[in-house]
Design a protein around this ligand. Structure first.
Ligand SMILES: NC(=O)c1ccc[n+]([C@@H]2O[C@H](COP(=O)([O-])OP(=O)(O)OC[C@H]3O[C@@H](n4cnc5c(N)ncnc54)[C@H](O)[C@@H]3O)[C@@H](O)[C@H]2O)c1
Length: 446
């Protein structure tokens, strides 16, 4: 899974050009392969606070090796620093003291996580300031770390310390290969009692997952990944994509529905099928999306409305129907697919960017109602992902999109799918209201 430029930089001539011309130097990212342990290598932990004990428990439960003190002959694959007890700006020096000595001796594609207290819930003014400062620290380290490494910040509410496990597991594993510079908030918004996954290799066993736009691209990767994790998948796509959809669902022993999600009766048809054939649904992924690019000066009404209807109105109508009719089971998940275009904006995409910023609004606006049903709501915001959608982008724009991130490469559909599988994990009941970018820490909208 390397592009043409990456193949060139893998040759001796290419390496010489990269070195002498200061060109981007993409590292071949380590991604999760089914059957391998979720955590690879050894993680070093540091800091002191209420999040360290659950962090150690989560790493150990995922089969990871942990050191609480540095061993000089070990190249660490993971670093976790609990900064949640830092109570003043002066205390931030603990970050330097922990990270500086170890940064030169990390394994390839290392994963770094800083744990903090949600600033708004920190006790005092100096504590709140110090906790907020962690954001700039982690984003900068993400840009410095190199070697295909990732750096994230997890803020936990004081009453949600025991809910960080599935998030830490994802962020320390190769499943988050293309996620960096992100801030994840963990809260006690949803009341679900603590949930234990019986077999970590199939955390979604017994769950039913509805995925729209499942026939190809990111949607196909999502159904494959959720199936790998044990879910029964129900793929939805337009009638024109029926052949591919049916074939894929047969391979995955899943179910399918061919319908246009913008059809007036689509929400009712989906609700009925899920109720009658599966006794409800646990995970709803609103992945189907389209682009109809034109500068606003040339934008006809059809281009505008079709994009808003597919990307924004349909997910909202389907969600309303499924929540109202109580089709989504307790400890359920609603997952949107936004885009960095909805965060940064993009020339020729006023319609698309409005729809994708709207998806972020949909997450914000739905969290409280969904929590009453014991359901979380989150979204991924992909950056440049190698699919048929991005293959259609003009060459120079495409090359810029690929390289303008901390990884100097585009992501793969599976990178988006892995983030969705983390939201879907039954252990992620503390993760709601988040929009997590899967963009290799893109410079756009950073
Ligand atoms: N590829 C990227 O780089 C990228 C970046 C950011 C966000 N996204 C988002 O990720 C999602 C998937 O993108 P992709 O690149 O895989 O796109 P894609 O065009 O390859 O696949 C989209 C799928 O959605 C289906 N679909 C479209 N309209 C539908 C409708 N009305 N009803 C049912 N199904 C419908 C299509 O038939 C297709 O199978 C989209 O929401 C897209 O906006 C993609």
């Amino acid at each position: 899974m390397v592009d043409r430029y990456q193949r060139l930089t893998g040759t001796s001539v290419g390496r010489l050009l990269v070195k002498n011309l200061g060109l981007p130097d993409p590292v071949r990212l380590q991604r999760y392969q089914a059957g391998q342990p979720v955590l690879v290598g050894t993680t070093l932990t540091g800091g002191a606070g209420m999040l360290l004990p659950p962090a150690l428990a989560a790493i150990t439960a995922a089969g990871g090796d942990v050191h609480t003190a540095r061993m000089h002959d070990v190249r660490y694959a993971g670093l976790v620093f609990d900064a949640s007890a830092i109570e003043s700006p002066a205390g931030l020096v603990a970050l330097r003291d922990f990270f500086t000595p170890v940064l030169r001796s990390l394994a390839r594609c290392p994963h770094v996580v800083v744990l903090g207290t949600t600033p708004e819930r920190a006790g005092s003014v100096p504590a709140r300031i110090a906790q907020r400062a962690l954001d700039g620290f982690t984003r900068s380290l993400g840009k410095e770390i190199g070697r295909g490494g990732t750096v994230q910040l997890v803020y936990a509410d004081p009453d949600a310390a025991d809910r960080i496990g599935s998030t830490l597991e994802f962020l320390l594993s190769p499943k988050s290969a293309y996620v960096s510079g992100q801030v994840v908030r963990v809260s006690a918004t949803v009341q679900t009692p603590q949930h234990r996954v019986a077999d970590p290799t199939t955390p979604l066993a017994g769950k039913v997952a509805l995925v729209t736009g499942a026939a190809r691209g990111i949607g196909e990767a999502i159904v494959r990944t959720l199936h790998r994790d044990g879910a029964t998948v129900v793929g939805v796509d337009v009638p024109q994509a029926a052949d591919g959809l049916i074939r894929l669902m047969q391979v995955l022993s899943g179910d399918h529905l061919t319908l246009d999600i913008t059809a007036v009766d689509a929400p009712q048809r989906l609700a009925r099928a899920l109720q009658e054939r599966h006794s409800g649904v646990d995970i709803v992924v609103h992945n189907a999306g389209i682009t109809r690019d034109k500068k606003l000066a040339n934008m006809d009404e059809r281009r505008w409305s079709s994009v808003i209807d597919v990307n924004l109105v349909a997910p909202q109508r389907i969600t309303a129907q499924l929540l109202d009719a109580e089709i989504i089971n307790p400890n359920g998940r609603i997952i949107g697919v936004a885009s960095i275009a909805g965060i940064a904006g993009n020339v020729g995409q006023t319609n698309y960017a409005a729809s994708k910023a709207g998806v972020i609004g949909f997450v914000d606006a739905t969290v409280a109602e969904a929590a009453e049903h014991d359901v979380t709501v989150n979204a991924v915001a992909p950056g440049f992902i190698e699919t048929q959608m991005t293959a259609a982008v003009p060459l120079m724009l495409r090359e810029a999109g690929r390289r303008m991130n901390s990884m100097s490469q585009g992501g793969q559909p599976v990178d988006v799918a892995e983030a969705i599988a983390w939201f879907a994990n039954p252990g992620s009941y503390g993760v709601t209201g988040n929009v997590v970018r899967v963009c290799g820490q893109s410079l756009l909208g950073a």
